[in-house]
Every structure is written in C-alpha cells, then in structure tokens.
Ligand binder design. Structure first.
Ligand code: P70
Length: 474
C-alpha cells in the first residue's frame, strides 16, 4: 500500500501533534465578502483598518484585546453577577484572584487598561519627571505625558532590530537606565515602567535575570517599578521555555516570582485574562493605594467595581485562574508560533523571534520602495484586507505619532503590521488561510504604492486617521 502524501502537521515537523485543551460548544458564523465589496469598504474606511465594519472582515486579527472566547465556566460566572453598587461579592473574588496569582497586596478595578494607566500616571508622576521604560506603548506613554512626564526608552538595542534573534528582546538596557539616572538624577524619575511582554517590539519577553537585575539597580536608587502585566502570562511562557532553570516551573509560579520584583502592576484584562472588558491596578504601598482608591471614584466608579459590572468581575476572576494554566498558554502561544513558522518557511519578512500574541510583518521588507512618510505598514494592512478580508493593524510611523516638541512625525525604527491572534477563537485552518493571504500580498509587493494621510486626529492618530492611495504617476 502506498503511503498517503497527506501528513499531519506533527508528522511534517517530525513530532507528535498537540491540540488545544478545549472543544467548541458554540460557533459564530463568518464569511468573506467579494473583492469589489472589500475595495469599496476599504475606501470608505479611509484605508484605515480601525474604521472597517467588522461585518466586512473575514478573519479579524486587528487585536487580541477583548476578542478572546470565554469558557463555559466564565459564562456561568456571568450569571453569578452580584450587581450591588458597593461591596459586590464578585469584587472580593477578583481581589483574591489578583492577590493569589500576582501577589500584590491592594487592588483597584478599572474598566480597562488605559483607565488604570490614567490613575497610576496621575498619582505617581510629578510634572517634569522622567519615566524610563522598555519601549513605549501608545496609551501608556500618552497618559504619562498627560501627567506631565516624559517617557524615555531604555530597552536593549536588539529590540529595534526585527532580524535580531535575541531570545529576550524585551530586556531593559541597564546601562541606558544608569545613563539617564546620571543625567537627570533619580529624584527626577517617577518610576520604572516595565512591560512584559513588549507589545510594540513584537510581543517580546523580558527575562527573569533582567528583572532581578533591574530590581537591584532600582533598589540602589530608591525607584519603584510598575509593571504593565497585560501579557505577563505569555512572558512567563518564554521564560519557562527559554531561560535556564525554569523548564520545570509552572507558568503560575513564574508569573508570581516575576511580579515579586515589582512594586505594583496595571492590567488590561482584555488580553491574558480572557475577558471582553476589564482591567485592574494593584500595588503594595498602602499610601499609593489610598490615593488610587480616591481617584478611581472620580474617573471609573466606586473602588469595588471601577467601571465593571459584577458579572464582568466574576468572569475576570475566573479568567485569571484559567490564564495561568500551562496547557492553555502552550496552545495559545503555540498557535502564534505555528503561523510564524509557516511565514518564515516562505521567507516572508517578520519580526523574529516570534512573540507571544501576534505576528508582526516587517513592512520595510515588503516595500523597500515606499518611504516611511508614505506609510508602508498602513499600506500593508490595507493590501492584506483587500486580498482576503484579513484585518491587521499598523504599528509603525502612524502609531508613533508626532513629537510634542517639534510637531514632526516620529520615525520609529520598526515599521510593522501586526496580526494579533485572539485566544481560543480561530483554528489551525484559519491560520493556514492567513498565511496564504500574506504570501499573495508579498508576491505582489513590487506593484504596490504608498498612501497619503488626508485626515489626522490630534492624539492617538492611528485610531481614526484617513488615507488615500498615491497614484503611480505622482
Ligand atoms: C492592543 C490593545 C492595549 C494595551 C496594551 C498594553 C501592553 C496597555 C494597553 C491598554 C488595544 C490597543 C490600544 C492602543 C492602540 C491599539 C490597540 N492594547 N498596555 O490591541 O489597554 O486597551 O485595555 O485600555 O497592549 O494591543 P486597554
């Protein structure tokens, strides 16, 4: 009998296959509209994928934020919502889940991550202070600036190089931090803003060795460290798999140890925590907690709901527990790596190593002929949608915005287009379709021209900016 040419993925890769640790109980139909309809939708959206209607999207990889599938236990939790204005039972469940898995003493709920960023920035930054961190994030930096702070990037150089294979490209460059301290003085630094993983660098992790060393330096200088824990669970997976000494430790143990080197954390629970909305801020210092608890009632809601319904807090408390399960994290990051491996095998330029939540296509590698101020990554996002209804997000010059001092574009080294994978939502077959679509766009790269911006909002411009194609004759 002849051997079948069809092989499972595991067989092709010379290993036993693994599968998701869940089965599907409810489905949401999706379909692809025609090429003409996509062209019209894209034009109406000003070539900005944020402005597309989701009904016009086939496979939606705009973000992994708030787009994950909840478990049956989380949905059951929704029915257990205690909608009391004050002291909801779900709040205490959430508080206990944060304390158990992240180890901080005090927790304030917020409606989502940027609500927590706002509160922390307003309480912990004095106007004129510096805030060093391992690469900016859009909303984080904006809140730091609105509080009168100046963000200073002190991530290692490798993070800015899409081809560097450094396994922990989220690491802090301690020499850069020492240089800043020498230049401005520790008293003019509000805190260290640490993110694990680093979204804008490509979902790159921070090593345990690096956070330990950072803690030592910050202790010497009397600086607190606050952690953006949005994708810390995924960061822990890379430590477990790649850092010596962690392979036998659970994700839960690694998350907790990492957090123990920090003074507090803020969270967009819409990512790691498998809910559609929610966030929190947790600290060890009682005075800071007191200030945060005072401020949360002004902007979010009472300190026992912070902008969330009781049912949302219950789903979140359950999500925190599910998020740190090893089999869940392995399949979640494993799916991202699967898509990355397909693209690497076809020599498509992507950020390497592949990060935890998304594939980042290197738009400069696709379109070396398009200058950065003609928005190569925005162009790539538009082209991919046009080809196959797959939606991604620009993470380059449009996202970087303008320098508040000079008013010029900031020109980031990384000009990327992100395809973020929602958790527990798409299958391997969806990933295959996405990979083939990217290949088609890559094969047509030389015929593609850039864009011009025709409408620009003042802040976070990438959300609502509008563009039009620059014709070949211009
Ligand atoms: C994304 C989302 C949100 C986010 C994050 C990190 C590392 C904080 C937040 C804010 C949504 C997004 C936000 C701005 C621009 C594009 C997309 N990231 N820290 O898709 O949390 O959204 O809950 O207020 O990634 O990466 P929230």
């Amino acid at each position: 009998m002849s051997e079948s040419p069809i092989k499972t993925i595991g067989q092709q890769l010379g290993r036993r296959s693994w599968a998701e640790p869940w089965k599907i109980k409810m489905v949401e139909p999706i379909h692809m509209i025609s090429q003409e309809e996509r062209a019209k939708a894209l034009q109406e959206a000003g070539y900005n994928t944020f402005l597309l209607r989701s009904a016009d999207v086939y496979i939606d990889l705009l973000t992994d934020s708030g787009t994950s599938a909840m478990s049956d236990r989380q949905w059951a939790g929704i029915m257990m919502g205690d909608e009391a204005y004050a002291g909801s039972r779900n709040f205490y469940h959430l508080e206990a889940a944060v304390q158990t898995h992240y180890g901080y003493r005090y927790m304030v709920p917020t409606h989502q991550g940027r609500g927590a960023e706002h509160l922390l920035s307003q309480t912990a930054i004095k106007p004129g202070q510096y805030v060093p961190g391992n690469m900016y994030f859009t909303t984080t930096r904006l809140h730091q600036e609105l509080a009168g702070g100046t963000f200073v990037d002190v991530i290692i150089d490798e993070a800015h190089d899409p081809r560097s294979l450094h396994p922990f490209k989220g690491d802090v460059d301690l020499d850069k931090l020492r240089g800043l301290i020498q230049r401005v003085g520790a008293e003019n630094i509000a805190y260290f803003s640490l993110a694990g993983t680093v979204n804008m660098a490509g979902g790159q992790p921070v090593s345990m060795a690096n956070v330990r060393a950072l803690r030592e330096l910050c202790d010497e200088q009397g600086l607190p460290i606050y952690l953006d824990a949005t994708r810390m669970v995924e960061n822990a997976y890379f430590i477990q798999q790649q850092e010596a000494g962690f392979v036998d430790q659970s994700i839960a143990a690694i998350v907790k140890e990492f957090c123990s080197y920090t003074d507090g954390a803020w969270m967009s629970a819409k990512k790691d925590h498998l809910v559609n909305i929610g966030g929190w801020l947790a600290v060890n210092d009682h005075d800071l907690f007191d200030a945060l608890r005072n401020l949360v009632v002004v902007y979010e809601g009472l300190h026992t709901y912070g902008g969330m319904a009781g049912r949302d807090m219950e789903a979140l408390a359950i999500g925190i527990e599910e998020a740190v399960q090893d089999d869940h994290v392995r399949s979640r990051v494993g799916q991202v790596l699967y898509l990355g491996d397909l693209l690497l095998d076809w020599d498509i330029p992507i950020v390497q190593p592949v990060g935890g939540h998304a594939i980042f296509l290197d738009a400069r590698g696709f379109y070396p002929h398009i200058p950065q101020d003609q928005f190569p990554a925005q162009t790539l996002a538009a082209q991919l949608y046009l080809d196959s209804g797959v939606r991604g997000m620009e993470r380059g010059i449009v996202s970087a915005g303008r320098d508040p001092q000079t008013g010029d574009h900031r020109y980031p080294a990384l000009e990327l287009m992100r395809l973020a994978i929602p958790r527990r939502v798409y299958t391997q077959a969806h990933m295959d379709v996405v990979a083939e679509a990217i290949k088609a766009v890559y094969d047509a790269r030389q015929q593609t021209g850039g864009l011009r911006m025709v409408y620009e909002p003042k802040v976070l411009r990438f959300f609502q900016a509008r563009f039009e194609p620059i014709s070949a004759r211009e």
